[in-house]
Design a protein around this ligand. Structure first.
Ligand code: HEM
Ligand SMILES: *[C@@H]1O[C@H](CO)[C@@H](O)[C@H](O)[C@H]1NC(C)=O
Ligand SMILES: *[C@@H]1O[C@H](CO)[C@@H](O)[C@H](O)[C@H]1NC(C)=O
Length: 463
């Protein structure tokens, strides 16, 4: 063998060796056993669902984070899942790597809301729907309905005057009426009562066992769903015949060139009512409670709102979009309520493939829960997190530390409307009325989201 051959063989051997190394290291990236996040899985089927829905959510989540850190594993609703509680992780799941985490809901909820509703989709169909929803709820569109929302608010408050009311129930009716206004405009008066009646039957079945036999709650609620779809089909038909332009959500869905089917429209309208009503109503209920518990905050809100009343001339008494932009103190009360109450403690996603995060494996098929409540209650993000202090929002929160409306492609398209209808109601509530809580109210009722005890019964009277 001459020198050259030895050299060549050496090179060959070396490169084979390094190729082997390379292959080895590549495959070890794939099969390297990354550890699962720390945590306890509870009982296999029910897992820790029972605790989640029966304990103080602050306690349930906070004690876990204390024990295991900001990424941990558990079992909820029969599924293994990873709970994440850091702004960085929320950003990864909801924004930067959102395509690896698809939205997911229990099948029975999907059937009840309608399979074609916006929440359940990703990709092209989702972005088309989202564009249509945003078109109806963007500031330039909802600017035009401020005075109609105001009429609904004034009417609601009048009907509560001198009464003992269940705040949450009444706020649900208010939020339902505002939702219908934004979806169907004012020409649904004919159908409003029917829509309300069937929607209430539908929602009763929402948390029932998904057993579709005659007489079960689930069966009744599926029937109500069909009735709702039929009413919506009637409204659609009338609109198509009269060929007028409407600037509400239904108009947006109908006007699209690509053309949605009646079924797709019905699923999405029922879905938007679902997304809009109890969320907004529960935020309003918490605000009413926090104002009672924080008299100096209440006083500051009253002064801000009275200044707006004083500024208006006698002819021009109706509230405008511009007025709602002159309510910084009241707006911070809304923000602080969204933070402290964190009515949506978390949202659900599912990993579509194995994902590595901060040295841990999030296995394909596992649920991933960004826990907004923990992010909002971490002293790293909000000093003295349990204190109700609206002034903390004088400084804008850091990215992904304040996510009451989520973030990324599925973030809440109704957030401007929600804030608007809350401001309008608070304007009239705080300038004209006084209220006191009746019965015990320090308690909290735990369910899919936390509410003041008994829906916060109050007695409301004119000032
Ligand atoms: C204060 C009240 C509200 C809160 C706290 C709230 C919160 C949220 C959150 C956190 C999400 C994102 C969920 C996720 O990423 O998985 C969301 C989505 C959504 N919200 Fe809201 N929401 C409120 C009011 C409303 C209103 C008034 C409407 C409609 C008028 C609405 C319509 C929707 C819709 C359609 C989605 C789904 C968006 C999508 O999947 O692309 N929400 N909401
Ligand atoms: C109610 O249950 C019956 C019997 O299982 C079934 O035939 C019917 O389709 C159900 N109704 C709805 C609306 O799903
Ligand atoms: C959503 O995420 C983006 C990208 O990280 C960030 O710039 C933005 O501030 C986040 N939004 C909120 C409400 O935190």
């Amino acid at each position: 063998m001459n020198c050259l051959t030895v050299f060549c063989v050496l090179v060959l051997v070396l490169s084979l060796l390094s190729l082997h190394r390379l292959l080895q290291s590549l495959s070890s990236v794939r099969s390297r056993k990354l550890p699962l996040p720390p945590g306890s899985m509870g009982w296999p089927y029910i897992g820790e669902t029972f605790q989640l829905y029966s304990q103080n959510p602050n306690f349930f989540f906070a004690s876990k984070v204390k024990k295991y850190g900001s990424i941990l594993k558990t079992h909820i609703l029969g599924c293994p899942c990873v709970m994440i509680s850091s702004p960085e992780a929320a950003k990864l799941v909801l924004v930067t790597r959102d395509s690896l985490f698809k939205p997911t809901f229990p099948a029975s909820k999907e059937r009840m809301l309608g399979k074609q509703a916006i929440f359940f989709h990703q990709g092209e169909y989702h972005s088309k729907l989202r564009k249509l929803v945003l078109r109806a709820f963007k500031p330039e569109s909802i600017k035009n309905i401020v005075s109609d929302i105001e009429s609904i608010a004034i009417g609601s408050l009048k009907s509560w005057e001198g009464q003992l009311i269940n705040t949450f129930q009444e706020m649900k009716t208010y939020a339902f009426n505002v939702a219908l206004l934004s979806i169907l405009g004012k020409d649904d008066v004919l159908y409003r009562e029917d829509l309300k009646r069937f929607y209430y039957i539908l929602e009763k079945g929402y948390n029932s066992m998904p057993i579709n036999l005659p007489g079960t709650l689930f069966n009744k609620s599926m029937k109500a769903r069909k009735e709702l779809a039929q009413i919506l089909a009637k409204i659609l038909l009338t609109r198509r015949q009269t060929e007028q332009n409407h600037h509400d959500l239904l108009g947006s869905f109908m006007g699209d060139k690509e053309g949605l089917t009646n079924e797709q429209i019905a699923d999405n309208i029922i879905g938007v009512i679902f997304a809009a009503r109890d969320t907004t109503a529960s935020v309003l209920t918490w605000i009413v409670k926090y104002l009672v518990e924080n008299p100096s905050v209440h006083q500051a809100v009253v002064e801000e709102q009275e200044a707006i009343v004083r500024e208006k001339s006698d002819e021009d008494k109706v509230l405008t979009w511009a007025d709602t932009k002159k309510m910084p103190i009241t707006s911070r009360v809304i923000q602080e309520t969204l933070r402290v109450a964190s009515i949506l403690s978390f949202t659900f996603r599912e990993a579509v493939e194995d994902v590595e995060f901060e040295g841990y494996l999030i296995p394909k098929g596992w649920k991933v829960l960004p826990v907004f409540r923990n992010i909002h209650h971490s002293p790293d993000n909000f000093p003295e997190p349990d204190k109700f202090d609206p002034s903390r929002f004088k400084v804008a929160p850091k990215p992904n530390t304040f996510l009451p409306f989520g973030n990324g492609t599925h973030s809440c398209p109704g957030n401007e409307l929600a804030k608007l209808e809350i401001l309008v109601l608070l304007h009239h509530l705080t300038t004209k009325y006084r209220w006191s809580v009746v019965g015990p109210h320090s308690g909290i009722q735990y369910g899919p989201f936390a509410l003041p005890q008994n829906g916060l019964p109050i007695h409301l009277s004119l000032k």
